[in-house]
Design a binder for this molecule. Structure first.
Ligand SMILES: Nc1ncnc2c1ncn2[C@@H]1O[C@H](COP(=O)(O)OP(=O)(O)OP(=O)(O)O)[C@@H](O)[C@H]1O
Ligand SMILES: [Mg+2]
Length: 484
């Protein structure tokens, strides 16, 4: 394994994280909420007790003609203040008589405190301890002044009760979370099973015979994946079949000149004189040339495959000069058939970006066709144009290609019905098409000269256009007779 490669993220872990994290956050929020509720109910219970304590203390406040006093013996006070868990504080004071009993430093009750029957309850601090306090105001009676009775206690009992309530609710909740986590884990495992099944089916594919994956039992959400895989498999299978056919065709085509070579050699070996060997050697040379031409054609085809495009040597070149140069090379062969080969251009210089070797090869193939299929006594023109796009057209007045056959002539190894005895393997136009597409251009078939023959136009993108891309860029051209 490549140590630098990033580790693949786990869908299962991701799903678990996405489901469990919110659950844990909910658990924490519910814990805090439960504690607040528990404290609220603990306060409700203990506030009542505190209120009762304040009331019982109020009973000991005596108001008569001699004044106001708190009638609480020391033992009664100790009894009042006694609590096994919390500390209790109190204070009794009259508006006129002032302090009557208990602590003198009892915090003043806030006026906006929570009401509890005739009293007010509030949180405050005594001696640095947080406490809950009740302030009970005894209204003035006949001859008696208003008296304030305040009782407070520390919060231990309340907190203990809140904790107990909290534990009672949180424990089952925690258990629920664990069970939910387990169920989610199992659910995610089961949920992902169809994907694993697809992976197993893909794994079981025979690379020689790719079959579409059965997806009837695949859930709806995963079906786009299986559909894309199936379409990819279909394209792969088609390309496998076409490659196999191509190899079979290529082998078959190569076998003919190679068999002839072998025969010629055997016959030459049987000859004893040089004179007898001479015609056989000439034959041998022809067979060798055929084999070399075919292997060169196969190499050219391979060079225009998308995988090989990066190796192309694109440069800015003059299409006029290139077409003229290649055309000139074909003049002797054309003249030998009494065919006039002319050159026309609508500009002195037409710049294109391309691989000169490949473009030369394309033009050679087109000129080869125009000359070799021509019956003689006629014309071939090499027409270069810069509008609407840079193009070269090789047009002739030979036998032409019937319209209904035009779509097929670009197929590899396809030869026209009228090819007769003319030699060839049916690769020329396929190579031209591959080269056009490698340049981001296209090939079209047009009518020939004066309603006879055929024209083959090679369109190339203008120099300002983006760099050529593989085959996919070939597009239909509405002006063309036929666009491939
Ligand atoms: N200028 C043309 N005139 C008449 N028929 C043509 C012309 N160009 C191509 N064809 C037809 O199209 C067919 C395919 O041409 P292509 O160049 O692909 O193969 P080929 O010429 O048969 O063989 P190769 O080019 O491999 O030697 C030819 O067999 C021929 O029938
Ligand atoms: Mg050809």
């Amino acid at each position: 394994m490549n140590p630098a490669a990033p580790q693949a993220s786990s869908l299962r872990r991701r799903l678990l994280r996405l489901l469990l994290l919110p659950l844990l956050v909910l658990f924490a929020v519910s814990g805090v909420g439960s504690y607040m509720f528990a404290l609220h109910y603990a306060n409700l219970v203990y506030d009542d007790w505190l209120y009762d304590s304040a009331n019982s203390l109020a009973l000991e406040v005596k108001r008569d003609a001699s004044g106001t006093r708190l009638d609480l013996s020391e033992s009664a006070q100790r009894l009042f203040e006694w609590d096994a868990v919390d500390r209790t504080y109190f204070s009794v004071s009259g508006t006129q008589s002032g302090h009557l009993g208990g602590r003198t430093d009892f915090p003043v009750a806030p006026t906006r405190a929570q009401a509890l029957r005739s009293a007010r309850v509030y949180n405050t601090q005594i001696d640095g301890h947080p406490v809950r306090a009740v302030a009970l105001e005894l209204a003035a009676t006949d001859g008696g002044e208003p008296v304030m009775v305040e009782v407070a206690e520390t919060l231990r009992k309340r907190r203990a009760l809140a904790r107990e309530i909290l534990l009672g609710t949180l424990l089952p909740q925690a258990l629920l979370i664990v069970v939910a986590g387990l169920l989610i884990w199992l659910g995610v495992r089961r949920g992902l099973e169809p994907l694993l099944r697809v992976a197993r089916r893909l794994q079981a594919q025979n690379h020689r015979q790719l079959q579409p994956l059965a997806d009837a039992d695949v859930p709806q959400e995963a079906q786009p994946l299986t559909r894309s895989l199936n379409s990819l498999l279909e394209r792969l299978q088609a390309s496998l079949v076409s490659q196999r056919l191509f190899i079979a065709d290529a082998a078959h085509q190569l076998r003919t000149p190679l068999t002839a070579l072998k025969l010629n050699i055997e016959q030459a070996q049987a000859e004893h004189t040089l004179e007898g060997m001479r015609p056989l050697l000439a034959q041998l040379r022809i067979s060798a040339e055929r084999a070399v031409r075919l292997s060169n054609q196969l190499l050219s085809l391979a060079r225009t495959e998308p995988e090989a495009l990066e190796a192309l040597g694109f440069e800015r070149l003059d299409l006029c000069a290139l077409a003229q140069e290649v055309g000139a090379e074909w003049v002797p062969r054309a003249l030998a058939k009494h065919v006039e080969l002319s050159f026309q251009s609508d500009a002195a210089r037409i710049e294109v970006d391309g691989d000169p070797m490949l473009l030369r090869e394309a033009l050679n193939n087109l000129l080869d066709n125009a000359v070799k299929y021509h019956p003689g006594h006629g014309a071939i023109a090499v027409v270069v144009a810069h509008r609407p796009r840079p193009s070269v057209t090789i047009i002739d007045d030979g036998p032409g290609i019937a319209r209904e056959l035009r779509a097929r002539v670009f197929t590899r190894f396809h030869r026209g019905d009228r090819s007769g005895n003319v030699e060839g393997s049916g690769l020329g136009l396929a190579i031209v098409q591959g080269i056009a597409q490698a340049h981001g251009g296209q090939v079209s078939l047009l009518d020939g000269i004066n309603g006879r023959g055929v024209g083959v136009r090679l369109d190339l993108p203008p120099t300002s256009a983006v760099a050529p891309t593989p085959r996919a860029t070939a597009q239909a051209n509405a002006n063309s007779d036929l666009t491939v």
